[in-house]
Ligand binder design. Structure first.
Ligand SMILES: [Fe+2]
Length: 444
């Protein structure tokens, strides 16, 4: 990390990039909160989720805490509401009963905070503190808001009533993709020490040596998943772990969330519209236990987090790990289904330009992919800038998901980005792909 003074032009470039990212992100937040009326904003659409108006003011409050008060050293805008919007003090199910800022006040609050941030951004020196080096604190706040935008999108999916969101359908397949890719044994670099806006849990870069394995070239599709259902997969305890089977029975699971029988087939509800299930799309809204049971039924297993990342980043030609499967360049529209440009996963084969050097497709975007790994710090992990970002979640309670979904913004999605959730959760945009150990003689 350098502490030398940068030329003004570089600082200016960073300043305008930050301003653009803040603005782009706020436009998405506005779209998600302006799409419904005030009644819908304050209502709790599921006990798993906050009222949308809580997310809105919480985004502003985090921005106030980190950028206005900490980075800017300015006076608080609303110290009196800190507790209301503290995610650790207020469980989601209790949030609708709190004396929350009403919609108009919440909107005015986030605007006031943002104006102060633009003001302090003008005079900031990105070399003064580690927190602002390379604009990190601003990047963290952009990613935080985008993560809440994805959560708000998941709330929209749980909302009853007619459709209020619209987007063109994802692209059609442009390549035939299927089967498995063999990943040879050997070391690769996992995590990053250089990506400037990477979060603490993605750091540091370290070497991981893996035996040879095979991984699916694409996420598991609805068609494949339907075969598991049709084969009695939900009625057969041997495919499920003990905890998975108990949850299957208690929760009465019989298909992915938002599916219902439709004659001989299935239909799913997506943002207020029912349509027949399309077989070549990645399955979405399955929990870890369902993913694990499918994999066992298919004679495979879920990949570990390291296996997922090696398949996504390792370039056999150079031995280097890339930022993304396609290289180091930031995502564009032809790489991956990200950023809520579309409202559901794209069919398999829709993003050949986003494939990894080994030929693994759609690792980024479409659906978050469950891995078999519990959430831990990488070797050498240091909490930054606060333990509550990730360290307090380390342990066996959570499983790691990788790769981002159609609802994930590009700023909050990298080859190293890590997400985590409880193994029973499926209101998130979660799917999976399978892996297996290489067979003797199979490894190159
Ligand atoms: Fe948050």
């Amino acid at each position: 990390m350098t502490t030398t003074e940068r030329p003004a032009t570089e600082g200016e470039q960073l300043r305008s990039r930050i301003a653009a990212e803040l603005e782009r992100t706020r436009a998405r937040t506005a779209l998600l909160t302006d799409a419904v009326d005030d009644d819908d904003l304050v209502r709790q659409h599921s006990t798993l989720m906050s009222p949308l108006v809580w997310d809105l003011a919480h985004v502003g409050n985090q921005e106030e805490l980190w950028l206005v008060r900490d980075v800017g050293g300015r006076e608080p805008v609303r110290r009196d509401i800190d507790d209301l919007y503290d995610a650790f003090k207020q469980p989601r199910r209790d949030r609708p009963a709190l004396p929350l800022l009403p919609p108009a006040e919440a909107r005015a609050y986030v605007r006031t905070v943002r104006d102060k941030v633009y003001d302090l951004l003008d005079g900031i020196r990105f070399t003064d503190r580690k927190l602002v080096e390379d604009g990190f604190a601003f990047g963290m706040i952009v990613q935080h808001e985008q993560q809440h935008d994805e959560t708000m999108l998941a709330t929209h999916q749980l909302r009853s009533g007619g459709p209020v969101l619209d987007a063109p359908p994802p692209p059609e397949p442009r390549a035939r993709v299927g089967g498995e890719v063999l990943v040879p044994a050997g070391p690769f670099t996992m995590g990053t020490s250089t990506d400037p806006w990477a979060l603490d849990n993605e750091r540091p870069a370290h070497t991981v040596d893996l035996p040879a394995y095979a991984i699916d070239a694409a996420p598991v599709t609805n068609g494949q998943y339907r075969a598991f259902i049709a084969d009695g997969g939900y009625d057969e305890p041997r495919w499920w772990s003990g905890a998975g089977w108990r949850h299957r029975v208690e929760a009465g699971l019989s298909a992915p969330m938002h599916w219902r029988r439709d004659g001989d087939g299935w239909a799913y509800r997506r943002f207020g519209r029912w349509s027949p299930v399309r077989d070549d799309e990645p399955v979405v809204h399955v929990c870890f236990h369902e993913a694990e049971a499918y994999a066992a039924w298919a004679g495979k297993r879920l990949p570990t987090e390291a296996e997922w990342e090696k398949a996504a980043r390792w370039d056999p030609a150079t031995g280097r790990s890339r930022r993304y499967p396609w290289g180091d360049a930031d995502p564009v529209g032809t790489h991956a289904n990200l950023g809520q440009r579309h409202l559901w996963p794209a069919p398999v084969g829709a993003y050949p330009e986003g494939a990894s050097p080994l030929g693994v497709h759609q690792l980024i975007g479409d659906v978050w992919e469950w891995t078999s790994s519990t959430f831990r710090g990488h070797p050498g992990f240091v909490a930054f800038p606060y333990r509550e970002y990730s360290e307090v979640f380390f342990g066996d309670d959570y499983r790691v998901l990788r790769g981002g979904s159609f609802g994930t913004d590009r700023s909050a999605c990298r080859g190293t980005f890590r997400n985590w959730d409880y193994p029973i959760r499926r209101q998130i945009f979660s799917g999976f792909r399978c892996a297996r150990d290489a067979r003797p003689g199979e490894a190159a």
